[in-house]
Design a binder for this molecule. Structure first.
Ligand code: HEM
Length: 311
């Protein structure tokens, strides 16, 4: 889906797009709230915890596993696979091991999805695996690829949105104002997406010769679009280097643009809204330690974010 042009693209996306509409996803809200509360229960006893490891990483994995219809007794295995798929070397060492584990996770997961798809063919469940298994639009290989794509595209990106949100709120001293509702949570999420966009750039290959802003681009050239820079364009945003949740309009392109516009954008927004509100509702004090931030490589986010919460 993510790497093909229309009309092929429509065939691969069309069968599922309805399921990711905000209206359809609203039905899942109570279940996502429940899953979020369970994670917060685990955090509650700890004085200090890593927001990334304990909350921002597991939440999107658990939610997508639920939507796909992964049996809950396979959750831990599922998380291990998805961690291996997105693992990176921070200092250039261990690259061979990371690659080997990624390949192994891919193969195991591919086999696991293929089995589940087979079992659910002709079933009437409303999970995404059953939907993919019953659609005539896809080949078996495409069905497996679709399940893997949802994992890859949606997890680490949403993790970074959640982490960057806490980072911004701590930095700006806005935690309490969001808790009391003085600052709207949904607007905070849009401003985090603009100000600290999890995906900073996308590549495209030119199909034909074209001139863009005086630059000659030839068919076959790889062009990198910098979403992060566009989202701080002073011609579009007043004081773009300032974090201002109240800005209106906030026409960022953190979810891309055009036919490949993020399929999971409404889900990411819903998860972030539920997660921030639940966290700030549960704890009277939420403080993040910003003294020694380690940036991720590749995506805009943090390796870890030590937090202290109190009821
Ligand atoms: C904050 C979180 C997220 C961000 C910043 C993000 C960002 C993006 C961007 C920039 C694209 C466009 C890629 C391109 O044009 O080449 C994209 C595509 C996509 N995203 Fe997301 N995404 C997020 C969450 C999710 C979630 C939760 C899911 C699904 C569970 C998801 C599934 C997809 C899929 C399937 C595509 C490909 C769509 C297509 O090619 O038609 N994303 N995302």
């Amino acid at each position: 889906m993510i790497s093909v042009d229309p009309p092929e693209h429509e065939r691969l996306r069309g069968f599922v797009s309805e399921r990711f509409q905000p209206g359809t996803l609203r039905e899942y809200r109570p279940r996502i709230e429940e899953l979020t509360e369970e994670l917060l229960d685990d955090i509650e006893g700890d004085d200090r915890f890593d927001f990334v490891d304990s909350f921002a990483v597991p939440l999107p994995v658990i939610v997508i596993a639920e939507l796909l219809g992964i049996p809950s007794d396979r959750r831990d295995q599922f998380k291990e696979w998805s961690d291996a798929l997105v693992a990176r070397s921070t200092d250039g060492t261990d690259i061979d091991r990371i690659r080997r584990e990624r390949r192994q996770a891919q193969e195991e997961m591919g086999r696991y999805f293929a089995e589940l798809l087979e079992e659910r063919r002709g079933g009437d469940g409303d999970d995404l695996i059953t939907l993919a298994a019953t659609t005539e639009e896809l080949t078996q290989k495409e069905r497996v690829g679709f399940c893997m794509l949802l994992l890859l595209a949606g997890n680490i990106t949403t993790t970074n949105l959640l982490t960057n949100a806490i980072w911004c709120l701590e930095e700006e001293g806005m935690m309490d104002a969001v808790r009391t509702g003085e600052i709207d949570c949904k607007k905070v999420i849009e401003e985090v997406l603009r100000y600290r966009s999890p995906i900073q750039s996308l590549d495209r290959i030119a199909l034909k010769d074209v001139e863009l802003n005086g630059q000659q681009i030839q068919a076959g050239d790889v062009v990198t679009g910098w979403l992060g820079a566009a989202n701080r364009d002073p011609e579009l945003f007043d004081d773009p280097e300032e974090f201002r949740p109240e800005r209106r309009p906030n026409r960022h392109i953190a979810f891309g643009k055009g036919v490949h516009y993020c399929l999971g954008a409404p889900l990411a927004r819903l998860e972030a809204d539920i997660a921030l509100e639940a966290l700030l509702d549960r704890f009277e004090t939420v403080e993040a330690d910003l003294t020694d931030l380690q940036p991720l490589s590749g995506l805009y986010g943090l390796e870890s974010l030590p937090c202290y919460c109190e009821k």
